[in-house]
Design a protein around this ligand. Sequence first.
Ligand SMILES: *Cc1c(COP(=O)(O)O)cnc(C)c1O
Length: 225
Amino acid sequence: MDIRNNITLIKNRLATEKCELVAVSKKQPIEKMKEAYDAGQRIFGENKVQELCMKQPLLPADILWHLIGHLQTNKVKQIVPFVSLIHSVDSYKLLEEINKQAKKINRIVNCLLQIHIAQEETKFGFDEKEVIDLIQSDKIVSLDSIRIIGLMGMATFTENQDRVRTEFKKLKNLFNHLGQIKLPAQVIMKELSMGMSQDYEIALEEGSTLIRVGTAVFGSRPTPV
Ligand SMILES: *Cc1c(COP(=O)(O)O)cnc(C)c1O
C-alpha cells in the first residue's frame, strides 16, 4: 500500500470538487500517519477519544483533528481543547456538554449533526424531524461556544449502490432544506460529511464536502491498535 500514491489519487479526484479528504487513521500506527502527513495530508479522522488523545501529541501541531465516531458526554472534556471538528454529534445533551467545556477554555468548537440515514438500526444519529425541530428551537440559541457547520451521515453497508445513492440524496436534501430556513446565528449549513472508502465516489456525485476515507488511504486496518 503506497499511502502517498493513494492520497495523490484521491486528491486529484477532489481537485475539481468543493470537497476535502479526511484521512481516517483509526487503528493505524503513527508511522503510517506520518507518511500521510509527509504526502501533504492535514486532516485526520479518529473514531475513539482515547486513541485521538494518545496520537495528537505525537504528531505535528498543524494537523486538523476530526472526531468521527460516537462521543460520550463524559469524554468531551478531553478533546475540546484541540479538536477541529466533531462529526458525530447525535444528541442535544452532547451539544450542551461540548458548549460547556468549550466555554470554560474560551474556545468555539465546530460540530456536525449526525443524521441517521442507513437502514441499520444500530447507527447513531438524529432523524430528519428531530434535527429540524432541534435546529429551530430556542435551545440552540444559548449555546454560544459551539458552531454547527453542517451534517454527517453514514450510508447502509451494502453492495447496493442505488440504496447508498438514495440515502446520500436524502441527506443532501435535508442539508439543502436546512440551508434555506431561518437558523440561529451559530448554525450554518456549510459542510456535508458523507462517503467512505467504498462509497465516496457516489457521495461526491451527491454533493459531499468532506469524505472520510480510511482503508483506501492506509490499506486495511491492523488489529489491535
Ligand atoms: C472507519 C470510518 C470511516 C472510514 O472507513 P473506511 O471504509 O476505512 O474508509 C468513515 N467514517 C466513520 C464514521 C468511520 O468510523
